[in-house]
Design a protein around this ligand. Structure first.
Ligand code: HEC
Length: 92
């Protein structure tokens, strides 16, 4: 539990997100391009990113790969990934 919360820091731990993102970027391009039908996941509002991963976790979204990925993540890890990917922007 943090006693002092920095206002610029979002809920998720971005450094943890960067660490966890190695797995994701095996499939998802961090450049923001889609490759082989795999959608880009950068620059999303954090709440939407969390909601989508929750939907895979609860199997409301039907994709076996992402269901398996999301099932292994904790809430803190999902928040961290949302903070990390949300802060990335695509480069032309
Ligand atoms: C083995 C390949 C693979 C890995 C690894 C992977 N994904 Fe995905 N991801 C996909 C595919 C394929 C889809 C599209 C699924 C669908 O159509 O619902 C997807 C969809 C998504 C979406 C929804 C995108 C959209 O536009 O709706 C998000 C968000 C996402 N992945 C996040 C992640 C995160 C975060 C990680 C790492 C923890 C990760 N993915 C790891 C293949 C992968």
């Amino acid at each position: 539990m943090l006693l002092v919360a920095s206002p610029v820091e979002a809920a998720g731990d971005r450094a943890l997100g960067a660490y966890l993102a190695a797995e994701c970027s095996a499939c998802h391009q961090i450049s923001g391009r889609s490759r082989g039908g795999i959608p880009p996941i950068i620059g999303w509002p954090e709440d939407q990113f969390v909601a989508v991963l929750d939907a895979y976790r609860s199997r409301q979204r039907d994709n076996p790969v992402m269901q398996a990925v999301a099932a292994r993540l904790s809430r803190d890890e999902i928040a961290a990934l949302a903070a990390y990917f949300g802060a990335l922007t695509s480069k032309p």
